[in-house]
Design a protein around this ligand. Sequence first.
Ligand code: DGL
Length: 274
Amino acid sequence: MQGPIGVFDSGFGGLTVLKSIAAKLPQYDYLYLGDNARAPYGSRSFETVYQYTLECVKYLFSQGCPLVILACNTASAKALRTIQQHDLAKIAPQNRVLGVIRPTTERVGEISQGKHVGVLGTRGTVQSESYVVEVHKFFPEVTISQEACPMWVPLIENNEHESPGASYFIEQHIKSLLEKDPQIDTIILGCTHYPLLKNQIEQFLSNKIQVLAQGDLVANSLVDYLQRHPEMETRLSKNGTFRFETTDDSNAFDEMGSRFFGQPIQSKTIHLPV
Ligand code: DGL
């Protein structure tokens, strides 16, 4: 039995990743799940993020997805390893769950010329230290500084991210990050919501600093993964379709989600746990 690639986020952010993945791999079917009813995850405890993420992964498996991408840094930081090492063997040993942190950290040391990298993320992602640990595994010579931006996801989810109020919070965190390390030349948008803020973020940066969204990095890494894992590739259905589901109101999801995805979407509300 073949099935779609599951793509999960706490809300809309993962749509920025799905957009890049689908551009590179248009032949596959995709099932996107946004847990909007419980978003944001960013400031929730380790245990809560893990439980919520596990429920969503189980749901995507129940819908026939052999492979699930956690297109959410917070879930990748706080739940991915436990799911891979503890739960998968019990719930679906043949299935796989991948995250967004590894594809970013394994490349960033080559992208940063000066080897000074900044990470912007949710409080949960920053506190987990996942970026620091993972970047140093691949590039011990890189200096890495982090900044938690707890207001940014709520601003985006409430469609207030282009307001003057949002500018205040964006500037505040960019300044704070650059004070931690004025030599930063590459900034990772370590939250899949943040690509929507890319232009505003760049307004507060010199053009010597590059801002890295994760979509293309994750998409390239998935292309590579599927080449190395033909046993998974053959389990993926290939009709080029999209299905969008949310745990909250579907009209609100369609309106906001279309901005993240860059084209109109039509979602369905589902209830968890199944
Ligand atoms: N999009 C998410 C991330 O990449 C989660 C944001 C949130 O729910 O706080 O971290």
